[in-house]
Write a protein that binds this ligand. Structure first.
Ligand SMILES: Nc1ncnc2c1ncn2[C@@H]1O[C@H](COP(=O)(O)OP(=O)(O)O)[C@@H](O)[C@H]1O
Ligand SMILES: [Mg+2]
Length: 548
């Protein structure tokens, strides 16, 4: 008898339920960390990306203690003052894997429509509890709530309970409550670090975190300045693949290839469109729908390849990216490390494969930073802190290859290096979004950014060193001024006039010497400030006691 295979399709929800580690849920420690992360990411997307100053409250409570063979259960709750979810979208947004409002070309933290559902699936599989969502949009008169589970086989929400309340205030936002098995003890440090780093680059947010031990971590808002929210863009032809092209063709209302090119892509004018179509031998008057007709797959292929490779399109637009900005990075670094010196830069936009990106970097030096053998690396992508897989990340590759001695920085170094990549498509290595690939354009931008700041730091350190040497010199010379003045005053006045005249004379000579010494030394300007050498000379003299 021949063995026969049984075929069936797996729903995407089932796929992620079986491959939890792909979405970052590999064990109870990672699961609780990842849950916090997914919820906080969504809260921030719903606030700062829409010009709302974020207020985010996170709380974790133990609801069932661990036993010998089972981890403890925790309720994770995250509340925000964001734009809310429209009532008719709540069920799918939280109950259908790959359902998202973020499949547009815009710089957001979320991108796969998977995040919160991965957390909900994990919660459901470890505790059987539904997720509880409470939400209201700005324009709504009601607050809506739903308790739901995900039907894993069908990839569909199953509503357990729902309802609405009349809104008595002007609150808008979302609260999400999830119960899951987790290992808080092991995850604690990472979760706190994640929240700290989130606060670092969002000093305009108010963030409160309550731990299961009822400890409160509070990050007040330190500025109302927010990065400009990202806007939506049309795709750039270099970033298009066949599937996307098919989708665009099937949705377009345009009637000719010429119109299609001009209307559906970014920064393509009529002239460029004509030249491009001519170069791939396509009639500008052809109906774009022809591309998805049966038997035309070769034609489709020609257009797709042409779009990706044609050299004369303008580079992708970057004005819709939302970098954090030099000022906010510096504010954040100063606040977190009380650093002696900080500097940040935002580089010009570049592109890889049709996707624009901006690299930002910051360095903090000294202050409360604990010196270590390697600099502490803080990685961010679209404003999300990345904590795991550090060594696989392109930023690590760049930062660890820098020879810090060349920048006057000795080991161990009190040094923090921050790298932020903002893009409409961040080249993550996996859907867990923990590290970035070694895209060559990205690598060289990161290198340029970090080196540029390191050069400023070198200047600062060398000025500081030469200031120290000069200071020591001033101190050594100044110490002798009183003694020299006394000898000179004795020598320049005859013995019978030593009394009061001698004293006056002595003071005059001291004054002269102070001026001479202070004038001969110029201290370097550090961060625009220059110290007065005369002050130093006088304070040294004041401390010298002459022997009678
Ligand atoms: N706190 C929230 N505020 C507003 N909308 C939210 C919130 N959480 C989730 N959503 C909506 O649910 C959708 C799905 O979220 P998620 O599964 O995390 O995917 P993604 O963030 O990748 O879009 C989001 O695209 C968003 O529209
Ligand atoms: Mg998300």
């Amino acid at each position: 008898m021949k063995a026969q295979e049984k075929y069936r399709e797996m729903s995407i929800a089932e796929f992620f339920a079986k491959n939890k580690e792909l979405a970052g849920f590999s064990n109870p420690t990672r699961a609780i960390y990842q849950t916090v992360r997914e919820l906080v990411e969504n809260s921030l997307d719903a606030t700062d990306s829409h010009n709302v100053l974020p207020e985010v409250k996170i709380s974790i409570k133990e609801v069932e203690a661990a036993t010998d063979d089972k981890p403890a259960k925790y309720e994770v709750a995250v509340e925000d003052n964001g734009i809310g979810v429209p009532p008719n979208e709540i069920a799918n947004a939280f109950g259908k894997v790959l359902y998202s409002s973020k499949y547009v070309i815009r710089q957001t933290r979320g991108m796969y429509g998977l995040g919160v559902k991965a957390a909900i699936l994990y919660s459901q599989m470890t505790t059987g509890q539904p997720v509880f969502i409470v939400s209201s949009t700005d324009s709504s008169d009601n607050i809506y709530y739903k308790k739901l589970l995900i039907d894993i086989k069908k990839n569909e929400p199953v509503i357990i309970e729902e309802g609405q309340l009349l809104k008595r205030s002007n609150w808008h936002g979302t609260k999400v409550y999830l119960t899951l098995e987790g290992d808080w003890i092991r995850a604690k440090q990472k979760i706190i670090e994640y929240i700290k780093r989130t606060a670092l680059i969002a000093p305009y947010a108010e963030i409160v975190f309550e731990t299961p031990e009822n400890e409160i971590y509070y990050f007040p808002r330190v500025t109302k300045k927010m990065p400009k929210p990202p806007s939506e863009a049309k795709p750039h032809p270099h970033g298009i693949d066949i599937e996307q092209l098919k989708a665009m063709v099937s949705f377009t209302k345009t009637k000719t290839m010429l119109e299609f090119m001009v209307e559906e892509f970014q920064s393509i004018g009529e002239i460029t469109a004509r030249k491009f179509l001519e170069s791939i031998g396509i009639d500008p008057n052809m109906n774009p729908k022809m591309l998805i007709e049966k038997g035309n797959s070769k034609l489709l292929q020609v257009v797709a390849t042409g779009l990706r490779t044609y050299k004369n399109f303008r580079p992708p637009r970057s004005d819709y990216l939302s970098p954090i900005g030099e000022e906010l990075i510096e504010v954040g670094l100063k606040r977190l490390f009380n650093a002696e010196w900080v500097k940040a830069i935002t580089r010009q936009a570049r592109a890889y494969e049709g996707h624009p990106f901006i690299v930002e970097a910051g360095i903090a030096y000294g202050g409360n930073i604990i010196p270590t053998e390697e600099p502490v690396l803080l990685r961010y992508a679209n404003k999300i802190p990345l904590l795991y897989e550090e060594r696989e990340d392109v930023s690590y590759k760049v930062v660890s290859s820098i020879n810090w001695k060349l920048y006057n920085i000795e080991e161990p170094m009190p040094l923090v290096v921050l790298v932020h990549v903002a893009s409409t498509k961040v080249p993550y290595k996996g859907v867990g979004k923990e590290s970035l690939s070694e895209v060559q354009e990205l690598e060289s931008e990161i290198k340029n950014a970090v080196q540029e700041i390191a050069r400023s730091l070198r200047l600062y350190i060398s000025k500081k060193n030469s200031e120290r040497t000069l200071r020591e010199k001033i101190v050594t010379i100044s110490k002798y001024i009183p003694e020299i003045a006394r000898s000179l005053s004795i020598l320049s006045i005859p013995p019978d006039k030593w009394g009061t005249d001698g004293k006056n004379n002595n003071e005059k000579i001291i004054e002269k010497l102070v001026k001479i010494v202070s004038k001969s030394i110029e201290l370097p300007k550090i961060d625009g400030k220059e110290e007065d050498p005369e002050k130093i000379v006088r304070s040294v003299i004041a401390n010298v006691k002459l022997e009678q």
